[in-house]
Design a protein around this ligand. Structure first.
Ligand code: SAH
Length: 336
């Protein structure tokens, strides 16, 4: 729901200020529409339904994986594709993977989103509407900004959305913002963040040469600078930064590279997430044995790590697989 438009509409109607909060409480609690808002006068509910679309996004397609993961492709009002994912874990956790942009202007070689056309930054309301969509299906308790886009390129809107997630059931401690290390945004995060939101850094390589090869953004913001910012964050907040490291066969998965990674990171500031690669084209994922050997070498450096569980691969909902299929884009563009 476009919260700015909601505010303006209510103000123009001369409604008391608390109405905004009433509407938001219903929406954040998973209401299906204005009809459900029983503490609003009927006439107002009708007017709002006509003036303020209940969601800024419309659902184009939705798929459910065998493991319960749901991937939804939305469209913004001006036609940009946006994907988001709900992950349901056996222990009851319900985690959302949210997009911050339609597409992504960065061109990480292993990520499908980088191969599609970049659309634009999403507004805070468009980000929240992804969460509300899933909230209408089930209570939710975790969120990661690991969908389409680079959150630090859209810092203000991402942060505005994240600030409201507790109303939807997701506390700041259960919210993670992931970045390639886009330095201007990362610096702002470290300087300005006043809530315990988690930070994750997509690293994927233990040295600049390799990282620049697979992540062109590294040419602009090299390892030394982004790791220094992350350490500054840990020193300020006492909260470790997660390192994401996607395992690419024969590229970054040698045990010696694990040792180098351990040396680069040190024991005090980081926790590493080793991510099995989800095929998107040009690389092969490391085998299980290879990942285990890498982890063993990393364990020897005493840097803590875990291997991430892969979800939703059968519906292209897994990490790095979010990209609107050309077919869908063509259909959306064609006259009905
Ligand atoms: N742009 C931000 C937010 C997106 S996060 C960032 O990169 O951090 C998406 C995560 O999935 C990143 O850690 C990314 O490196 C990882 N990823 C990308 N492609 C992947 C793939 N094919 N398989 C597994 N993980 C992938």
């Amino acid at each position: 729901m476009d919260l700015t438009l909601l505010q303006r509409t209510l103000r123009e109607r001369g409604e008391p200020a608390y109405r905004v909060g009433q509407v938001w409480d219903w929406a954040a609690g998973g209401a299906d529409g204005y009809d459900a808002m029983s503490n609003l006068p009927g006439a107002l509910r009708e007017e709002l339904a006509a003036a303020v679309p209940f969601s800024t996004l419309t659902v184009e397609t939705q798929r459910e994986s065998k493991d319960g993961t749901v991937k939804t492709l939305f469209k913004t009002a001006d036609g940009h594709p946006v994907e988001a994912v709900l992950m349901r874990y056996r222990d009851g956790r319900r985690s959302l993977c949210l997009s911050s942009q339609s597409g992504c202007p960065l061109t990480c070689t292993f990520c499908a989103t980088g191969q599609m056309a970049f659309g634009r930054n999403l507004t805070a309301s468009e980000i929240l509407d992804q969460a509300l969509h899933f909230r209408r299906m089930t209570p939710v308790d975790h969120a990661v900004f690991m969908g389409m886009g680079e959150p630090m390129l859209n810092f203000d809107e991402v942060l505005a959305a994240a600030r409201k997630l507790p109303d939807v059931g997701i506390t700041h401690r259960r919210t993670t913002i992931s970045t390639v290390g886009w330095l201007p945004g990362l610096k702002r995060f470290v300087d300005e963040i006043d809530v315990p939101i988690r930070l994750a850094l997509s690293l994927h390589a233990p040295d600049d040469t390799l990282r620049s090869k697979i992540m062109p953004v590294n040419e602009k913001y090299p390892l030394r600078d982004i790791l220094a910012e992350c350490r500054r964050h840990v020193d300020r907040t006492n909260r470790r930064v997660y390192i994401e490291y996607v395992m690419l066969a024969g590229v970054n998965d040698a045990p010696e590279q694990a040792t180098a990674l351990g040396k680069l990171l040190g024991r005090d500031h980081f926790k590493v997430n080793l991510i099995p690669y989800n095929p998107t084209g040009i690389y092969d994922g490391s085998s299980r044995d290879r990942i285990a050997a890498f982890k063993l070498a990393l364990d020897r450096t005493r840097v803590p790590s875990t291997v991430r569980l892969t979800r939703g691969r059968d519906i292209e909902a897994a990490c790095g697989q979010l990209a609107s299929a050309p077919k869908v884009r063509t259909r959306a563009a064609a006259p009905a």
